[in-house]
Design a protein around this ligand. Structure first.
Ligand code: NAP
Length: 300
């Protein structure tokens, strides 16, 4: 049986790779769940570019070989997702100041003279806040978690002049992150305890609460990182980096308290849009990317 697709069948499947097609993609392990191929390919098609964005499942032990091969294979750039963002730092020829300060790379540009590591997560977070009509400058922010995404969020908030308090299950990680980011941005960043009493006191003064932990993510959707005896103040915006599900238990509680709630899909879309702009130099069609991300999320 022939494995060749007829032209109409290929078009129906959305296959549009030719000898001239420029390649970009995402490396992760696993990577099958990623919404990025749907978002980026919709954007590339909308822009009429002969480019294609491919998922690249790369085992952690193969990361150096995979990265070393990007230029030889003609890739223009890649995104990185879990678990590669930290390990990529040491594999770049050059880093942007943001990637260096955050300590993670989520976007690689393959340039003639080497690989340039960016971090668009921080930018994506701020762009999405502003998209939602929220200016974080000079606001008091409470960040839950001190992992990889917290590094980008805290860097972003401190860089635009927010006053940030980090609380984390492992207190030492919150303290280390606060010290790193205070030094890296010159901003006001501190750590506090994750106890119920401390949270009650901190949240009363907070204008923005950001969950960067995976607690409440599918399939454990009945969990929340927040003690529900502690209400959110009505003036707060509660932002959950999780986007699957869109309405987490944390965001349901925020709404019940009369606070504003925002999920993480906008950040995902905006960090992708920032990457696409870096690679192609074109203004990314953010609404197209969002619609494609929403459609991919809705697929079983
Ligand atoms: P990570 O590096 O593994 O960090 C996870 C953090 O959550 C750590 O601080 C960890 O605390 C804390 N944590 C984990 N389980 C917990 C629990 N049961 N109770 C309390 N704290 C807990 O993960 P990450 O890469 O930052 O990702 C975190 C979440 O952000 C994921 O859901 C991811 O999908 C989402 N994310 C979204 C976007 C977006 O664009 N919307 C971007 C990046 C990430 P310890 O330090 O004590 O272990």
């Amino acid at each position: 049986m022939s494995e060749t697709l007829s032209a109409p069948a290929a078009a129906k499947l959305g296959v549009r790779i030719h000898g001239t097609t420029q390649l970009i993609g995402v490396i992760g392990w696993p990577v099958g769940h990623s919404l990025s191929p749907s978002m980026h390919n919709a954007a590339l098609e909308h822009l009429g570019l002969d480019w294609c964005y491919v998922p690249l499942p790369v085992r952690p032990e193969h990361l150096p070989e995979a990265v070393a091969g990007l230029r030889a294979l003609g890739f223009r750039g890649i995104n990185a997702t879990v678990p590669h963002k930290l390990a990529l730092l040491d594999l770049m020829d050059e880093l942007t100041p943001a990637a260096r300060a955050i300590g993670a790379v989520n976007t690689v540009m393959v340039q003639p003279d080497g690989l340039l590591g960016h971090n668009t997560d921080a930018d994506g977070f701020i762009r999405d806040l502003r998209d939602g009509g929220y200016d974080p400058a000079r606001r008091r922010a409470l960040v839950l978690g001190a992992g990889g995404s917290a590094r980008a969020v805290v860097y972003a908030l401190a860089s635009v002049g927010a006053e940030v308090t980090i609380v984390n299950r492992t207190a030492e990680k919150a303290e280390r992150l606060a010290a790193d980011m205070a030094a890296g941005t010159g901003g006001r960043v501190q750590a506090n305890s994750f106890s119920r009493d401390a949270l009650a006191e901190l949240v009363a003064a907070a204008q923005l609460v950001v969950n960067t932990t995976p607690v409440g993510m599918w399939p454990l959707i009945d969990e929340s990182p927040w003690p529900e005896e502690v209400p959110f103040p009505g003036q707060a915006l509660v932002y959950d980096l999780i986007y699957n599900p869109r309405l987490t238990r944390l965001l349901r509680w925020a709404k019940q308290c009369g606070a504003r709630a925002r999920d993480g899909l906008g950040m995902l879309v905006q960090q992708g849009a920032a990457s696409l702009e870096l690679w192609t130099g074109r203004t990314p069609p953010v609404a197209v990317m969002r619609a494609a991300g929403e459609a991919a999320l809705a697929r079983p």
